[in-house]
Design a protein around this ligand. Structure first.
Ligand code: NAD
Length: 421
């Protein structure tokens, strides 16, 4: 399977959008570069008494619109280029939804599935200490991403607070509610996907009820997407995790799949479905395809076999630029990552605001504000798409429109602030 370097992919997308909007050379250089890149190598004591040195990264892409914001990922294939790409996408994402953050991302090269809870805690606390050069509630606020969760965020919050001598919940988002987390953060990414999908369907005179949905990845983004889309009337026909996928054209019992995943560790143990490969889920007949795993999943090798009408990118960077072009030619509508999965960072923003004010919102307020921001962002992107099409006399895809919208906002913030000194 062809795999594209995510940083090259993120820059390619950026330059395409920069060309489309006629961005001046100086700002092209500024915005295509990451502002800060920290690489750390740090020892962790393992359960058997041995010491293992791990490598981690924290990259801040841009801070023009506010403090840096972005998740932390634990995986054995994390690279600096992947973290750079994810940091850049965070900058655009925060700008698309209009929240006052710049973009950052972090990652540790490790295999969390083969580490004990104590080893993961040791790794997290030491990594937090190493990147505390950069993070802080006014400077850079991490959050969960692949293979990190509210417990990991709690360890980050506690470690940072221990160093300062008092509790600083605003240093990280996605924490448990008991220690300053926000109601609604767990399913925020998927809820945001739901709102923008409903808007896209409404534009076509359609409703979600009865639409067939396939989802790749069954973690935070994928599992809650399955649950929320099913509750909203969609039929979930296929899901997958890293061990494989399951498909039933009549629909899966989502609550049952969640139970099976929780008790066996994988969705493939669910019985009332055909077992398929974890990539096959991208190719099943469906109306809506939600990639919710990792980058580089829809590539030039399989894009032609995608049978959905709408692709909703819950994952970051699941579609390569070559695949984008193929999907486009097939008339498939993509709700791009920087819009579709921005619900997570939006509720992270709410969490940070609540932490700073020590005043906590109820679920009605969280969901209401999230819905407002996501539906507004969808229409901002579509309006930008309309303007660009008129301006250039040709069709423009939603990813380019979202990127142009975001880059304009970040570029304008940079122009207003000026180049120091
Ligand atoms: P997670 O660790 O909770 O879940 C990842 C899921 O993907 C797991 O089910 C895993 O088994 C599966 N997976 C991994 N590799 C796979 C593969 N090759 N094929 C099929 N399944 C595979 O992570 P998450 O937080 O749900 O993140 C998933 C994606 O969503 C990432 O791209 C992440 O950057 C993006 N995202 C997450 C959030 C968030 O709030 N968690 C917000 C925005 C975007």
């Amino acid at each position: 399977m062809t795999s594209v370097n995510p940083w090259e992919m993120a820059r390619q997308q950026f330059f395409q959008a920069a060309d489309l909007m006629g961005l001046e050379d100086g700002l092209r250089e500024v915005l295509s570069t990451c502002k800060r890149e920290l690489t750390v190598h740090f020892p962790v004591k393992m359960d058997d008494g041995s010491i293992h040195v791990f490598t981690g990264y924290r990259v801040q892409h841009n801070l023009a619109r506010g403090p840096a914001k972005g998740g932390i990922r634990y995986a054995s294939d994390v690279t600096l280029d992947e973290v750079r790409a994810l940091a850049m996408w965070m900058t655009w994402k925060c700008a698309v939804v209009g929240i006052p953050f710049g973009g950052a991302k972090g990652g540790v090269v490790c295999d969390p599935k083969h580490m004990s809870p104590r080893e993961l805690e040791n790794l997290t606390r030491r990594y937090t200490t190493e990147i505390s050069l950069l993070i802080g509630p006014e400077r850079d606020i991490p959050a969960p991403d692949v293979n990190t969760n509210p417990q990991v965020m709690a360890w980050i919050m506690d470690t940072y607070s221990m160093h300062q001598g008092y509790s600083i919940p605003g240093v990280v988002t996605g924490k448990p509610v008991e220690i300053g987390g926000s109601i609604g953060r767990n399913d925020a990414t998927s809820r945001g996907c739901l709102y923008v999908t409903q808007e896209a369907l409404a534009d076509r005179g359609e409703k979600l009820t009865g639409q067939r949905v396939a989802i790749q990845g069954f973690g935070n983004a994928g599992m809650y997407a399955a649950e929320l889309f099913a509750q909203a009337g969609a039929v979930i026909v296929a899901v997958s995790d890293s061990k494989g996928g399951i498909y039933n054209p009549r629909g899966l019992d989502v609550e049952r799949v969640i139970y099976v995943k929780a008790t066996t560790g994988t969705v493939v143990e669910y019985r009332d479905a055909e077992r398929i490969g974890h990539r096959d889920v991208l190719e099943v007949p469906c109306d809506i395809l939600i990639p919710a795993a990792v980058e580089n999943q829809i590539t030039k090798d399989n894009a032609d076999r995608v049978r959905a009408r709408i692709v909703v990118e819950a994952a970051n960077g699941p579609t390569t630029p070559e695949a984008d072009a193929i999907l486009w030619d097939k008339g498939i509508f993509i709700l791009p990552d920087v819009l579709a999965n921005a619900g997570g960072v939006t509720v992270s923003y709410f969490e940070w605001v609540q932490d700073l004010y020590s005043f906590f919102w109820d679920d009605r307020r969280v969901y209401g504000e999230l819905e407002h921001i996501m539906r507004r962002a969808y229409h901002d992107v579509m309006n930008k798409l309309g303007t660009l099409q008129k301006q250039h006399g040709r069709r423009v895809d939603p990813r380019q429109a979202a990127q142009v919208l975001a880059i304009e906002r970040v570029a304008q913030a940079t122009r207003i602030r000026g180049i120091y000194p």
